[in-house]
Design a protein around this ligand. Sequence first.
Ligand code: FE2
Length: 216
Amino acid sequence: MMPTFQWTTFDVGGMLPHDWEMDIHKAATGADFRDFPRTPVISREAADVQRIPRGRVHAHQVQQGLPWLHRLYRSSFLELAHRVGAGPVMAARDERYGVVLNVQQGTEMRFECHVDSNSLTALLFFTDHSLNEGGELIIAHDRTAASMAEIDRWCAVLRPQAGHLVFFDGRKNPHYVRPLRSEAHQRIVAVMNYYTKSFPESQRPRELNRHLYGDK
Ligand SMILES: [Fe+2]
């Protein structure tokens, strides 16, 4: 069988401010750590999983604490997004989901099995995780996969490398992030939503904003 998932990586370490590590770790201490309920519409968790523990640095915290990241999302990273997208690419108009950080601390947290609601996702890894340390992004080639076990069956494995910016279309291939294997480790990644002309921001499911932000 042929793989159904592909991605593009840029090493953007040289584009980050010299003290980015200090900024990022400071921002991560303010993460909202809790058991998040499974997300409507886009979740691909097994039926018996109702909550997934993880940390989130929300978009308004990124804007305040990491202004350089917010700027890169709307400027140089957007230019790189143009290179990988087929046609024009737009940053999110709604600041609430433009750029956020996902944070995993210790061995209990992971990121939910899901598909993306936007046509082009960019991940910027801020931490390194070697083989067997956990924290890998796992993406199913089987688009019907609906649990960690089903995603694991036939998948691409992306190991986080600090300074690497990865672009992909995650609308069809379910994916999740494995837990870390050490209590002392922390995984930090920026998640950026981009949109294309053929799949604009207006197609983001309203149910998502109701669930995440209490929109009417
Ligand atoms: Fe995703």
